[in-house]
Design a protein. Structure first.
Length: 230
């Protein structure tokens, strides 16, 4: 799946799972693993305010530590965001893989990935926002590379099995399938499908159905053949 930044649309953020233990809401940090508490607290703030609005100063205040304390673990806000992004990407990869197994046909796995994509967007909104609304340099944060690979490699390998020896066709199908999943997720977050959890079930099912239709349509037309008389 592409990691191109794009702030997902939607109304005020609803409550969502954070994908990890949270810092005590409205409480203070107690001595322990401050680095993990900073990541958890960042996710909580992102859930409330969005990726672009949270600050290390506010996070420090919530945890009850000095404003200098986070800098013992993270050089700046972006380095903390990179740590959050790594957690988000691993959670995303788990969600995409949850509905199928390695031995399933690629069509079935891709439909399951579409369902997992939509469910992740709804159920883990702060982490979904971090995946798609941050613009972090992978050369500066190399830990992001294997995390992105966990998301992208299973998806790309399934598409490649459907388009052997045709990278151009594989890229076209990848783009279509991701646009489908992201579109259904965006509509769900905007409230188009109604209230959760029924809306999540509906959007996930529609995304999976559209994935199957796209694959079948692609297969029925196939890549353009050369005119033998040309």
């Amino acid at each position: 799946m592409s990691d191109t930044p794009s702030e997902p649309p939607g109304p005020d953020r609803p409550a969502a799972h954070s994908g990890g233990a949270r810092a005590p809401r409205g409480g203070r940090y107690h001595h322990g693993d401050l680095k993990a508490a900073l990541v958890d607290g960042a996710i909580e703030l992102i859930a409330e305010r969005g990726v672009r609005a949270f600050s290390l100063a506010e996070l420090s205040r919530r945890l009850g530590v000095t404003v200098a304390a986070p800098y013992r673990h993270f050089a700046d806000r972006d380095e903390l965001l990179a740590a959050v992004a790594v957690r988000a990407l691993h959670a995303f990869a788990d969600a995409l893989a949850a509905g199928s197994g390695d031995g399933d046909p690629p069509e079935q796995r891709l439909a399951a990935m579409a369902r997992g994509y939509v469910r992740f967007a709804a159920e883990q909104r702060p982490l979904f926002d971090v995946v798609y609304a941050t613009d972090l340099d992978k050369s500066r944060y190399p830990e992001l590379v294997p995390a992105y690979e966990r998301v992208e490699e299973p998806f790309s390998s399934c598409v490649a099995r459907l388009c052997p020896d045709d990278p151009e066709a594989a890229k076209a199908l990848e783009d279509a399938l991701e646009a489908n999943a992201r579109g259904h997720a965006a509509l769900l977050l905007e409230g188009t499908y109604g209230e959760v959890p029924a809306a999540t079930d509906r959007a996930a099912a529609l995304a999976a159905r559209a994935t199957t239709a796209l694959i079948q349509g692609f297969g029925s037309h196939g890549p353009a053949e050369e005119d033998p008389t040309g």
